[in-house]
Design a protein around this ligand. Sequence first.
Ligand code: CU
Length: 440
Amino acid sequence: MTTHDQSLITRRQVLATTAGLVAVTPFMRAAATQPEHQQHKPAAPPNQPPPAAPPKAGHAGHGGTVPHDLPYRPVSAPDTPTLPFEMDNGVKVFRLTAEPVAREFAPGLVVNTWGYNGQSPGPMIEAVEGDRIRILVTNNLPVHTTVHWHGLLLPNGMDGVGGLTQKHIRPGQTFKYEWTIRGHGTYMYHPHFDEMFQMGLGMMGLFVVHPKAPREPAVDRDYAILLNEWSVAPGAATPDPTEMTAFNLFTFNGRVFPGTAPLLARLGERVRIRIGNLSTTNAHPIHLHGYSFKVTGTDGGPIPESAQWPEVTVNVPTGATRDIEFIADNEGDWAFHCHKVHHLMNGMGHNLPIVVGMRPDEVNARLAKVLPGAMPLSVGMGHMMEMGRPKNTIGSSTEGPFDEIDAGGMFTVLKVRKDLAVGADPGWYEHPTGTLAEPV
Ligand SMILES: [Cu+2]
């Protein structure tokens, strides 16, 4: 089945059908044929628990340990590796290869993306203010591309705007970008040629620059998350990069809940979370439960302490980054998510009939007479996708410690514990007696 055929089966049709109480229709069966991701490179390893050992130079850590050979505490981008580098006469040399990538968003959902070095988003680049860096970009795509270093202060000819500041990188070519880093903060990279298509397919990455002199107060955990939104028809595996408004998958570092890695912190630690957004259209108001945090930086640089104010939600516009910081002084499993409720669903659509106030028992009894075995009307949108779902499509309901968690998309859990083994997911929080909402 071709992408074109799949694009004819919209999620609206599928959902209008499930909402119309018919469990499986011929077009849903058609949508459930083999997805096309086999044609691309194998996916990067799926969501792994954080590494147990201290990270090596140039590799991803989990924010908790400083290796001896790096002059900074490495940032951890959950579900995303850090780009290794080599030294060449005092120059840090990084290599990026633009290429197709089959990315597992969560178990049961693999998407044909474009990215870098087998990753979408690409690996996080980490450097230090004052570094001389060289980035060798090889184009293994069938089309021209460039890389723009978003927010970085650099010579004009290194800015990566195709046609304006450089020639396009043709398929098979390698271009050299080289400059000395000024400033520090949370930045990003992405193509600046046919952005709609290439970024819509997932070409983007994080670029963190540490200050030369450590910023005070130092943080104990330093996380980075890149936000993106996608349009992938149910049963399809290839995003539609021409979509402008009706996105149906929303990712933290290329993963959707329950595929997103938890953020870990020990009680009393200072935590920074860097959030970048390269979504096609949307701003994402990212909300942290259980805490008041301060916005301490943007891709324009650090915010002076006197100008920081407390928040519980930070709106991250597309084409921007925000750093937030807080002291993890409240134990528990705290939800961390986008506050646009449609961004907490996987493969969800719109244009559903309003069923609020309908009496499900009555409708189910009438339905059973005309369509024996049809999906009964249930409560909770997450359930709607649980029956008769096309292949390569996942629901928005995950088994939690108490009941199902009705969330997908841009959702993860900040796990704060008094005792936390290095790199180990502590499991679900055990609430002390008298601190849990219960029936009376
Ligand atoms: Cu959002």
